[in-house]
Design a protein around this ligand. Sequence first.
Ligand SMILES: [Zn+2]
Length: 271
Amino acid sequence: MPELPEVETTRRGVAPLVTGLTIKQAWHSDLNMRFPWPENMSHMVGLHVVDVKRRAKLLMLALSDGSHLMIHLGMSGVVRVLSHDHTEARHDHFKLFLSQDRVLVLNDPRRFGFVDWERGDWQQNKHIQHLGPEPLSSAFDGAHLHAQAQRKSQVIKSMIMDNHVVVGVGNIYASEALFKAGIHPHRQAKRISAKRLESLASAIKSVLKAAIAAGGTTLKDFKQSDGKPGYFQQQLLVYGRSSQPCLQCQTRIKKTKTGQRATFYCPRCQH
Ligand SMILES: [Zn+2]
């Protein structure tokens, strides 16, 4: 599933290929995505793409009339920029034909992604307005986590995966960051000191930055129809390493569940 680093990598790959181009046509398939297709997409014709942004896991094309075309990759979505005469692929569900013989294509076999066209203030968009801060922004730090923790009766792993607290901390990144910070995933959030939450915030930033850096090697694939851009895994310290020795202390890594999600941790290093 594309997580924040994959979406950010997609943004970096796509931005130089579409920024400044003019929309010639917007096409979508007859199949339903997670949400209905936006209406009146033909009204986009003639607008320019002025920027490609990201908020949480939404890719946003800022258009010249101030509106934003939003693309969510769902479980299996991939965005590429091809030429107008590209070969049709099964599961292509959205195409934005642009000037300079380019077309932005969303391919999504499971159709859990969606496209939205926000013509008002994008920050008030229904998919965005209730989201917590970006994890790599200065708005997200230990003080923010501490303030959130005081108001919650939640284990720390669930709290950092809550989009209202901070966006983009997926299941793998949550386990990895908690290991780096030495915090047991099932510790009550409000019982963790401000100092330890500060190191957790730093750990979250560092695992996400490492994943984005790992994705940097795939940027050229956004122009290849047969490439598999954007899906990568960094070196994982605990996730998926159940029963294997901890890389810090050799204790066997344990696997448990938090809600419905798999959680991996070292019973000795994390408390
Ligand atoms: Zn350990």
